[in-house]
Design a protein around this ligand. Structure first.
Ligand code: THU
Length: 139
């Protein structure tokens, strides 16, 4: 689980990244921040592209920052989007998170006012395929 102080730090980091989002095509600014199991905090934003499919999600940016810093295990990730809806990670990002997270990893979905929903990765990506499957065993 994640304590309130860590949750506040995660939310603030995601909000700061959201403010730097490059989303001129969708106008949909997203920020993401994650804690590694060691306590490292990494954030990212969506970065769109004139060639639309080349754009990247906020979660992908946060995961790239984590990997570049040597992090390999996600304990919790928070995604914050605009508007009233739930900015749940897209399918591809659920799989990106899966690469570095156990099924009980926490996925928090937030809006400007704070966290709206809390999931486990297993809830968002049941019966998932991860590194352990490639090795022929359990994950
Ligand atoms: N987006 C994210 O960055 N993360 C999500 O969880 C959902 C969607 C981005 C992709 C695109 O730049 C914009 O939001 C609209 O889909």
């Amino acid at each position: 689980m994640i304590d309130e102080t860590s949750l506040a730090a995660l939310f603030e980091a995601a909000r700061a990244a959201q403010a730097s989002a490059y989303a001129p095509y969708s106008g949909f600014a997203v920020g993401a921040a994650l804690f590694t199991v060691e306590g490292g905090l990494h954030a990212g934003c969506n970065v769109e592209n004139a060639a639309y499919p080349s754009g990247t999600c906020a979660e992908a940016g946060a995961i790239a920052a984590m990997a570049a810093a040597g992090g390999r295990r996600i304990a919790a990730i928070l995604v914050v989007g605009p508007g009233e809806g739930l900015c749940t990670p897209c399918g591809a990002c659920r799989q990106r998170i899966r690469e570095f997270a156990a099924g009980d990893a926490v996925v928090l979905v937030a809006g400007a006012e704070g966290v709206r929903r809390r999931f486990t990765l297993d809830e968002l990506l049941p019966a998932s395929f991860g590194p352990g499957n490639l090795a022929g065993g359990a994950t």
